[in-house]
Design a protein around this ligand. Structure first.
Ligand code: APR
Length: 244
């Protein structure tokens, strides 16, 4: 493994963009998407994570997200989340954390400069008035919007397949000036996030580091590969980086 080389590069540079995927929260007990069969109660993930799926069976989709929202109460940030929050606190240059995860474990660990590009389980949006609200309870087809009072327009504040992720412009701008791109626990099959490595690589001096328990669809774009679980590898990388 190249932990020492990776840490040396990280410490020597200034602007860092970190991308996290479901592997970040796996050890906290949040299931990844592309597990053994990729199904949820017999439904393909696209059935419960697309505007078409929501139009076809809104109650099914609400049930899927209600269960996932409720499950957040049973999980805690792991050592990897805590390490990233520490990296942000102590980093001398610009820092941006972009997550594809819809859980709230990064913020509970203390991360602040954070973009949830695929939305957040603990938020709901009204399709009638556009208001986004904090949401910890259940949603259903008869939930009333607290802002406009309409019934039936509430949906999870989640980016579904076919929808445009949040804050892409900010992310692209950060990638253009990144000295380091650290990509953690993502399979690299869902775009545009899967294309961030190539975007970062267009800057000749940018170091690209991938952390995952296995090789991925996008591994070939990275200069260094840290192979192992985030709860073990991230604290080591951050410690080494900040000691310099
Ligand atoms: N440490 C590091 N990596 C891990 C760990 C771990 N403990 N556990 C799993 N992984 C890796 C897996 O090897 C895999 O490459 O995390 C990755 C998880 O991949 P996916 O389940 O495909 O999740 P992700 O890449 O985040 O999915 C992207 O797809 O369904 C959509 O919107 C959803 O945000 C999601 C997007």
């Amino acid at each position: 493994m190249r932990q020492a080389a990776a840490a040396e590069e990280v410490s020597a540079e200034r602007n860092i963009v970190v991308l996290t995927g479901a592997g970040m929260s796996a050890e906290s007990g949040v299931p990844t998407f592309r597990g053994v069969d990729g199904l949820w109660e017999g439904h393909h993930i696209e059935m419960v994570a697309s505007p078409e799926g929501f139009a076809r069976d809104p109650e099914l989709v609400h049930r899927f997200y209600n269960l996932r929202r409720a499950a957040l109460k049973t999980v805690e940030p792991n050592a990897g989340h805590l390490a990233l929050a520490r990296l942000e606190r102590e980093w001398r240059g610009r820092f941006l954390l972009v997550t594809q995860n819809v859980d709230d474990l990064h913020e509970r660990a203390g991360s602040e400069r954070l973009i949830h590009m695929h939305g957040e389980l603990r938020k709901a949006r009204c399709e009638c008035c556009g208001e986004v609200s904090s949401w910890t309870k259940e949603l259903s087809s008869v939930t009333r919007c607290l802002a406009c009072g309409e019934v039936g327009g509430m949906r999870p504040h989640i980016v579904w397949f076919g929808e445009i992720p949040f804050e892409l412009e900010t992310i692209m701008t950060a990638l253009k000036s990144a000295d380091i791109f650290l990509c953690i626990g993502t399979s690299g099959v869902v775009y545009p996030a899967a294309g961030f490595a190539r975007q970062a690589a267009s800057r000749p001096d940018c170091r690209l580091i991938e952390m995952n328990i296995e090789r991925t669809e996008i591994s070939r774009h990275f200069h260094e590969h840290i192979v192992g679980p985030v709860s073990v590898e991230l604290p080591v990388l951050v410690e080494k980086s900040l000691m310099e």
